[in-house]
Design a protein around this ligand. Structure first.
Ligand code: NAD
Ligand code: UDP
Ligand code: UDP
Length: 349
């Protein structure tokens, strides 16, 4: 029997919060790649106060150095050794963290396969217990909460391109499951808190995103190829090389996430760039734009690698008035500049 009872109406407190002028916004994972760009954008609005919670597993304080000491900014650091359950409970119990928040952007979770597979148990705890705790916080404070889910919920998709109605093709016991299934449970928790407790939720299904501040050695394909091209190392295309991805520049991603948070739709909504490339094409683009001398080689792939991935963004266009603006060939050079700066290798004359 399926209940037809509508979810409870948001409380007057919750509605009032959304319309009030000043916003206290929590960004979990705000020291990471996407999170720090989101913080930059949120801080541009002087009515926003931004609080970041991060354990620096894959993020870095450096990404936020421009805001440290700013009166509208707060950074809450937790040691790597702390289990995630303690990490989030601190929000609940420690004095400076017992604050009212109006919005929660919940990004905390390693995003690169080498990092999320490094400690899979911690990855799934972050997704499940971390999201549960953030929903508990949303419930207590009446905040609206946005989860950054992922195109990985579609697994190795049998439908192409992927729209939000597709339920996915995920291996529940594979080496990527801590991430894929973790995010799927996180989505379930979001909808159960929404239906049962009237929590205002937003779910973004993010497709591959790239841009400045990506971790240089995180093994993701765009960061790998750019770092390899700058270091004069061969670009490592994992076999077969015909697998596809669609790459969204980070400023477009942040714009999409903020529109989703401010709009009326719970989602899930795909946010990504529908421009689809094979990994060989990506390597050729990087070679041409960054280092025409560099070699392209093929290497072994890892298990369960999705063979194709491209978002259907009809829903984002219709419901959020959003579509990406930055083309891959324009975004790659913007990232090159940042990588050269961090690697200390300037362009050859
Ligand atoms: P990232 O690894 O750069 O950032 C994640 C941040 O979360 C880091 O600062 C990390 O230190 C922090 N973190 C990890 N575990 C934590 C924990 N237990 N407690 C507190 N902080 C923790 O990754 P990103 O690319 O910025 O991704 C941000 C979000 O977007 C993630 O939720 C990811 O799943 C999602 N996403 C990203 C992509 C992408 O292509 N970048 C694609 C799909 C989904
Ligand atoms: N929680 C939190 N911060 C808060 C409120 C709750 O971290 O400000 C945690 C809480 O410890 C619990 C989870 O969120 O583990 C879910 O909270 P909820 O109130 O839904 O569940 P309950 O505490 O009733 O089990
Ligand atoms: N990949 C590659 N060379 C690399 C790293 C990755 O060809 O040095 C491929 C990988 O096999 C996958 C695609 O690039 O097909 C995207 O991998 P990434 O880890 O960036 O992201 P995800 O698999 O999570 O989409």
């Amino acid at each position: 029997h399926v209940s037809t009872k509508p979810p409870p109406e948001p409380s007057p407190l919750r509605k009032a919060k959304f319309f009030q002028a000043n916003m206290r916004i929590l960004v979990t994972g705000g020291a990471g790649f996407i999170g720090s760009h989101l913080v930059d954008k949120l801080m541009q609005n002087e009515k926003n106060e931004v609080i970041v919670v991060d354990n620096y597993f894959t993020g870095s304080k450096d990404n936020l150095k421009q805001w440290i000491g700013h009166p509208r900014f707060e950074l809450i650091r937790h040691g790597k050794a702390l289990p995630v359950v303690c990490l989030f409970l601190q929000i609940y119990v420690t004095e400076p963290l017992l604050i009212e928040v109006d919005q929660i952007y919940h990004l905390a979770c390693p995003a690169s396969p080498i990092f999320y597979k490094y400690n899979p148990v911690k990855t799934i705890k972050t997704n499940v217990i971390g999201t549960l705790n953030m929903l508990g916080l949303a419930k207590r404070t009446g905040a609206r909460i946005l989860l950054t889910s992922t195109s990985e919920v579609y697994g190795d998709p049998l439908v192409h391109p992927q729209d939000e109605t597709y339920w996915g093709n995920v291996n529940p016991i594979g080496v990527r499951s801590c991430y894929d299934e973790g995010k799927r449970v996180a989505e379930t928790l979001m909808f159960d808190y929404h239906r049962q407790h009237g929590i205002e939720i937003r779910i973004a299904r993010i497709f591959n995103t790239y841009g400045p501040r990506m971790n240089i050695d995180d093994g993701r394909v765009v960061s790998n190829f750019i770092a390899q091209a700058i270091r004069d190392e061969a670009l490592t295309v994992q076999l077969p090389g015909t697998q596809t991805r669609s790459f969204c520049y980070v400023s477009d991603m942040v714009d999409g996430l903020m529109r989703l948070m401010e709009g009326d739709n719970t989602g899930p909504i795909n946010i990504g760039n529908p421009g689809e490339f094979t990994m060989l094409e990506l390597a050729e683009n990087v070679k041409e734009l960054i280092n025409p001398e560099v070699k392209i080689i093929t290497v072994e792939n890892t298990p369960d690698d999705p063979q194709q991935r491209k978002p259907d963004i009809t829903k984002a266009k219709e419901l959020l008035g959003w579509e990406p603006k930055v083309k891959l060939r324009d975004g790659l050079p913007l990232m090159e500049e940042d990588f050269r700066g961090r690697l200390g290798i300037s362009r050859k004359k």
